[in-house]
Design a protein around this ligand. Structure first.
Ligand code: ADP
Length: 821
């Protein structure tokens, strides 16, 4: 047996081998140690080596936990039934489960794609292919090395395939699997999918590796679709930092709950949810495609069609992933019921779409796809499948009465035999005069006659004793045995026939795979569009307009997430063709960061085909959005905040074009004031003068407001703050010009410093601002400061008045006075 084990293990050395041994899957040696540790189960010894096992019955649970942690599991099963006399059962690795190839519903997250991806680098280019085993989706692309991270940021990959001997072109999240270079073969791919990916050889090589790996780990996938070539340029670039800064999928702060996705997601089906997520991560760049989505969203709002469609779509199942079970022959009876329910809602959905006139192009396309859904399939499942099918197709009770004459006949025969057995009970009761005589059944004995012990004397000689219990005795007779045997046979035949009919039904579904796959896509798209319409309607979004001029005009824009939790103050933004840089000043907590992000999100939503949170929005089509907002989590990665910030800035400077939008919040925070200001200045200037993208730059350093004087196309905005009855009130209103003051002194007033101290502070502040303006003539080398800062100024710069207690402030004020003197 151990030889068998070692042979199996040698075949899949990088997987944990689950070795079928009776009622358990056992793991041995290092696998056992790992499994015991990761799953928190007992480690035992067998012949001196470590062993750990899980019951076969519950193996799924454990396997899925291992997959989620990135491990692979090979199932080595007994492929023979245990029989007498045979010592060693034959065992074979029947399947290798890996994080990127799972099919089982329980192991998949229904709201996210689970892709297996292969990378095939050659020179400066990379072929990329990605597929989802569970749904059969298959895509490929070719990109330059530098664009690879941006492509990968858009797809959720769980496992990577790389050719042996080739270093990974970048850091990859998740487990990697090294494969023989020969598997990265376009020929392999085209042997399976003739003419796939014409002219894209690198993509085809990567796709070949995906195909080979799926065949090896999962087996045949009838539902795998031919790979579609994706244009890496079709989507707006949103790098991972931008995704995070804008809180698209995850909140920046752990206590945050809402994300942009959570606000936008009103989908009713998992497939719709996954698609909407993809749309959010890859806004479009093709104006016609964007407008087509917007047309559809608008039509669904105007007819209020989103509402009934929502109700109907809740009845649709996760069709793409159901097709995975069709393609791998693991369809459950329940799946057929779900499929039928899905097909059954189509006519009503089509009626609602038909009510819209004119029907926009996207919706017309979807209506067509729904119309092309397999005809008669729902009806056939309805006729065949019982209304409450058992979970296991081998259980019987699967097929309805009246579907198949032979089955009906077998069932009628079984019923007759059962009636005869019941009649036998009466007959024997009369014959023996035992009033409590019963015919019973259990799995071990089959049918038997049972009497209480008090009547033992009346037992006729032709009964044969089967079993004695405490108060009862069980018997059988030749007649009962005969009836029972015929009944078992008939039931067995009926069950086998049911299974066969179920298989046929599954095959019938399999024939419709391509049509059903199209249907799944159409329903997902309808769900996503519908969700956008619902949000637009409920939250009062407007349809964005696109302009060929590089100009942004937003009236009463809002932040889609912040407005969910606060009484939101809408804000405008106007950036004309020749406006490149908006410097947004204002004290901490004024609302700078929210304003910046809302602009970026409005542009992003618009290009994904969504309405936007504003009264009016006119935007150019952007190729990239860069957002750097909030505390960077680079500290966790071992980089200093400053280093991380500068690295990110470098990425922006090399990637941004005049068609990009750049959002920088408090850049330069991670270093000393001087360095930070100087770098922030230089970076902003470079963006505005050289790259000429649209940049929004938020800072609480009012010194940066001078950029507006230095740099053509730069202008100032500030977030207004007002004092009212001696209190600082954050108005959250964005206005032209520079913030009047830093408001440190106002905050000090709040803290009830003596009036003399406050007026002295104001006097000094005014003096300092007069004496140490940014020296224009030095702007080239050292743009922000005069050659010499007065030591008092330096001291002042270091202060954060909002953090001082009144007493400390007073103390410092006295010291500063002393220094001046
Ligand atoms: P800053 O970047 O200026 O330090 P934030 O943009 O982080 O400030 O905003 C601080 C808080 O003010 C936000 O958490 C939000 O609750 C509130 N806020 C910001 N902008 C608005 C607005 N337009 N309307 C209402 N509340 C706002």
């Amino acid at each position: 047996m151990m030889r068998q084990y070692h042979e199996a293990k040698a075949r899949c050395p990088d997987a944990i081998l689950f070795f079928h041994l009776g009622d358990f899957y056992e793991t041995f040696f290092e696998d056992a140690e790992l499994v015991a540790r990761e799953l928190d189960i007992a480690l035992t010894q067998r012949d001196g080596h470590p062993m750990a096992g899980v019951p076969v019955r519950k193996a799924d649970l454990y396997i899925h936990r291992l997959l989620k942690k990135g491990y692979k599991v090979a199932l080595c099963q007994q492929v023979e039934r245990p029989g007498k006399g045979k010592k060693l059962l034959e065992r074979r690795v029947v399947r290798v489960l890996t994080p990127g190839t799972v099919l089982e519903e329980e192991a998949l997250d229904s709201s996210q794609d689970v892709y297996l991806a292969a990378l095939y680098p050659e020179g400066e280019k990379v072929g990329v292919a990605w597929a989802e085993a569970a749904s059969g989706e298959f895509h490929a692309a070719e990109v330059g090395l530098s664009d690879l991270p941006n492509l990968l940021a858009r797809i959720s990959v769980r496992e990577w395939l790389l050719p042996a001997g080739t270093p990974a072109p970048l850091e990859l999240p998740g487990p990697r699997t090294v494969r023989p270079p020969a598997e990265f073969s376009a020929q392999n791919l085209r042997a399976h999918f003739p003419n796939a990916l014409p002219g894209a050889e690198l993509a085809a090589c990567a796709a070949g590796a995906v195909l080979a790996y799926l065949k090896e780990t999962v087996g045949d996938l009838h539902h795998l679709r031919p790979p579609s070539l994706r244009d890496a340029e079709e989507a707006m670039v949103l790098d991972p930092f931008t995704q995070r800064s804008l809180e698209l999928l995850a909140p920046l702060r752990p206590e945050g709950k809402l994300t942009v996705f959570s606000v936008l997601d009103r989908t009713k089906t998992p497939m719709g949810r996954r698609l909407l997520r993809r749309w959010l991560l890859s806004p479009l760049r093709d104006r016609a495609r964007i407008e087509a989505r917007l047309d559809a969203v608008e039509a669904l709002i105007q007819g209020a069609t989103w509402e009934p469609l929502g109700k109907l779509l809740t009845r649709a199942c996760d069709l793409p992933r159901l097709l995975g079970r069709v393609g791998t022959g693991s369809l459950r009876p329940l799946d057929l019921a779900l499929l039928r329910r899905t097909l059954d809602v189509l006519p009503e959905i089509r009626e609602h779409l038909a009510d819209l006139s004119p029907l926009p192009e996207r919706l017309a396309g979807l209506a067509q796809a729904l119309a092309a859904a397999p005809q008669g399939l729902a009806e056939e499942i309805g006729r065949a499948l019982s209304d409450e099918p058992p979970p296991d197709p081998r259980e019987g009770g699967l097929i309805k009465e009246g579907y198949h004459p032979e089955l009906d006949e077998l069932r009628a025969r079984a019923a007759r035999l059962r009636a005869e057995i019941a009649a036998l009970e009466k007959k024997e009761r009369a014959r023996t005069g035992i009033p409590t005589l019963k015919v019973g059944y259990n799995r071990v004995l089959g049918y038997f006659i049972e009497i209480t012990k008090t009547h033992l004397a009346k037992v006729p000689p032709d009964w044969r004793r089967r079993q004695s219990l405490a108060g009862a005795e069980r018997f059988t007779t030749t007649e009962l045995e005969g009836l029972a045997a015929r009944l078992t046979q008939t039931e067995e035949a009926a069950r086998a026939l049911e299974e066969e009919l179920f298989e046929k039904l599954c095959l019938r579904v399999e024939e419709e795979l391509p049509a059903l796959a199209n249907l799944g896509e159409a329903l997902a798209e309808l769900d996503a569009l519908r969700s956008l319409a619902e949000v637009a309607h409920r939250r009062g979004y407007c349809r964005p307009r696109f302009t060929d001029r590089p100009a942004i005009r937003i009236r009463e824009g809002r932040h889609p997430v912040v407005e969910e939790v606060t009484d939101f103050v809408p804000n405008d933004l106007e950036m004309d063709e020749k406006d490149y840089l908006a410097v947004v000043t204002g004290p901490n907590m004024a609302g700078k960061s929210v304003f910046l992000r809302q602009v970026a999100l409005i542009a992003l939503l618009a290009q994904m085909g969504s309405f936007v949170p504003a009264k009016e929005a006119e935007l150019p089509i952007l190729d990239r959005i860069y957002a750097r907002v909030g505390a960077s989590d680079a500290l966790a990665g071992g980089l200093s905040t400053f280093m991380a910030e500068m690295r990110e800035a470098a990425q922006i400077l090399s990637g941004a074009t005049e068609r990009s939008l750049v959002i920088l919040d408090e850049l330069g925070r991670g270093t000393s004031t001087h360095d930070g200001l100087a770098l922030a200045w230089a970076i902003a200037k470079h963006l505005a003068e050289r790259i000429r993208c649209k940049t929004l730059f938020a800072t609480h350093y009012r010194e940066l407001a001078r950029l507006a004087e230095e740099v053509p196309g730069a202008f100032n905005l500030h977030v207004a703050v007002r004092e009212w009855k001696g209190e600082v009130i954050f108005l959250h209103r964005v206005q032209p010009g520079v913030a009047a003051r830093a408001y440190g002194v106002e905050v000090a007033r709040l803290a009830e410093l003596p009036p003399e101290v406050l007026s002295e502070a104001e006097r000094i502040l005014a003096e300092l601002e007069r004496e140490a303006p940014i020296a224009r003539e030095h702007a080239q080398q050292l743009p922000l400061f005069g050659p010499e800062d007065h030591p008092v100024v330096a001291e002042l710069r270091k202060l954060d008045p909002e953090r001082l207690s009144p007493l400390e402030a007073l103390e410092i004020l006295f010291q500063l006075k002393k220094k001046l003197a």
